[in-house]
Write a protein that binds this ligand. Sequence first.
Ligand code: ADP
Length: 651
Amino acid sequence: MTSSTTHEFKTEARQLLDLMIHSVYSHKEIFLRELISNASDALDKLRFASLTNENLRKLTDDLHIRLSTDDKNRTLTIADNGIGMSRDEIINYIGTIAKSGTAEFSDMLKKAAEKKESAPELIGQFGVGFYSSFMVADKVELISRKAGETEAWLWSSNGEGSYTIAESSRENCGTTITLHLKPEDKDDEDFQDFTQEWVLRQVVKKYSDFVGYPIKMQVERTSIERDENGKPKEGAQEQTVIEDETLNSMKAIWLRPEKEVTEEEYREFYKHISHDWNSPLKWLSFKAEGTSNEFNALLFIPEKPGFDLFMPNSKRGINLYVKRVFIMNDCEDLIPDYLRFVKGVVDSENLSLNISREILQHDRQIQTIRKTVTRKVLDALKKMLADDREKYIAFWKQFGAVIKEGLFKEPGNSEKLFDCCLFQSTASSSDYYTMAEYLERMKPEQDKIFYLTGESREVIENSPHLEAFRDKGYEVLLLTDPVDEVWVQYCNEYKAKKIKSAARGALELGSEEERKKTTETLKQKEEEWKSLLELIQKKLDKHIKAVKLSGRMSTSAACLVSEEGEMTPHLEALLRASGKDVPQVKRTLELNPGHPLLSKMHELFARDNKNPRLEEYAELLFGQALLAEGGQLPDPAGFNRKVAELMAGAL
Ligand code: ADP
């Protein structure tokens, strides 16, 4: 037998443990919910693995969780005969936290400390349930044997800096966790003694009643022999017997009529399946009937996103059951990616128990379930928006960017999605609006929906591109999420109205007649200023595609405009930031003929067309146009020097 080895906890794990040990959280009992959840997951995993592995099948006859206590030594043990863990898995899963999110976690710890936020909320988002045992225990031992292997490992720690791992033994596969409970704290009004049967019974009932495996415990009963009327038999002695009792009802909560389930039960079920410590924002329970595809579903919309919402390998999807038998968790095929924050259960009456992850994707029934689930969730969101806008806006701020992914992943469903989407716009400084509300406010002659994308509201609100829209009283949607740059390329229509960028292509504002007039005036002016424009083009040739006069601005002198279908500079910047090699797209420099700077330039040109000032001004105009849209100057130092010279000259 190899001797034990000692390992240091990773920094984040240590910080977290420190929080746990010193936590003043009053509901310490939830550690049991976390450990039971983990045990239940381990049983699920073994059952799932046994579907495709003949050898594991015999291990699944009596899947259960067992609690046992020793009040003299003050220990509580939680054991399962599930999938178990290998030595490496113990090190990876138990010795580290939030495998992919440690940096985020550190960050949040810091922020929480600044805001004096409570630890539990924070912890919940990281799914670090196991460590919550240190709220009640000063030493935790875990023995695990992986299904299919013979060796077992003992992990042990007092939660302070390090843990040890040693070879051990275990009769069957599974995990046993022994908590050495802290002594009673007389000052703690909420102290609960977890070696007491009634305490455990209560906590299990409250948090884990619906767990699909029996949670067993040996309980002491006094019994006496009785006659057929139920009366104690004459001379019979009271006897103490020890018997196994199942503490949970195991009732599938998703099959129970909604009015029979309490809100508390729904909340606890959500926490069980999601590993989120916060309550859900909303839940929906429904049954889809049909001869060949019947299923029940219970779905939850979280209030707060998990830290991994935008990580490529985040957990996503819904748990799949077939006729009450757990098949798999995180079943991605049951819900589109843009609703990946939805948690819950789908229980099908018709699917085969042997369905595997590989064939799910192509299964017709799964596709139908997915459609129904999607529709139900979108309907629920739409209803929430109609019934409680404030709540919906709070939800939208957290999850809107994910939902908008649907606009390009499923453009065919965009009308329905738009009903749940909110946007900020020039109509107010902070409110959010739906597309339908935008349509209602459109000017009679306005035939398009306009938007502008950019890094932040401040930047785009001051963009010269908005000037003409403001003058005309046209509302413009202000889109600042990176995902906006993408969906606008796929969804260019809503209710037969084109959705168009305010910074791209020709400007089409006002009535037919007005547009014609503007075009003619500009054409005349361009003819008149032709040589000046040529000079500017020549000077800026390596930066711009063309130069022209336009009616886009009222106060600014210049702006840059992309062609229809071309990348916006914001998208270019986003792609570059993500390491993509994107070619620089040349744009058109549009000039405002009504601006005094340009008429002065033209006067100077008419007097002295070789004047070096003209070229300098051309460069400055280009620089200004870039700055106005929040862009980067190609030569900031040169730009500065020219401005300084000009300023000096003007004094
Ligand atoms: P979470 O359960 O949210 O992932 P935990 O810290 O509670 O976080 O557990 C970390 C991981 O350790 C689990 O995801 C699982 O892989 C493993 N684990 C925990 N408890 C058990 C158990 N009883 N049996 C098998 N694996 C377990």
